[in-house]
Design a protein. Structure first.
Length: 127
């Protein structure tokens, strides 16, 4: 099965790195990119996504605020917050909004583990 993934990061290089890693793991999956929270919310209102990968440091609102907004639009959508900021507070806040925390630099193993859990969550919700 193929999935649609929203990637949100203001850095084109970071989006490209995530897309490259995602493509190595699941080349048939569809990737849609946004550069900030407003763009991501607009995309999420126009179209549905199966999961989202969110950078913490994005213009306007941070990735945690965006995660909470996406959670309100799509309650069951798996979310991951990606950040080089590994502070306990950030990791805890990510969990509070129901998002996984993936450290930067993002590794193929970390992304793969999140995707396996996300697919399992989506399959369970579909039953």
């Amino acid at each position: 099965m193929t999935y649609r993934i929203l990637i949100v990061d203001d850095s084109k290089l970071a989006r490209m790195a995530v897309a490259k890693t995602l493509n190595a793991l699941h080349p048939a999956w569809t990737r849609v990119e946004a550069t900030n929270a407003d763009e991501a919310i607009a995309l999420a209102r126009q179209s549905s996504f199966d999961m989202a990968l969110l950078d913490f440091n994005i213009p306007g609102r941070d990735g945690l605020v965006l995660a909470a907004e996406l959670r309100e639009l799509h309650r069951a959508m798996p979310l991951a917050l990606i950040s080089a900021n590994h502070q306990h507070e950030i990791v805890s806040r990510a969990r509070e909004v129901g998002a996984a925390f993936l450290p930067k630099p993002l590794t193929e193993q970390a992304l793969s583990e999140f995707l396996v859990q996300a697919v399992s969550q989506l399959k369970s919700a579909a039953r």
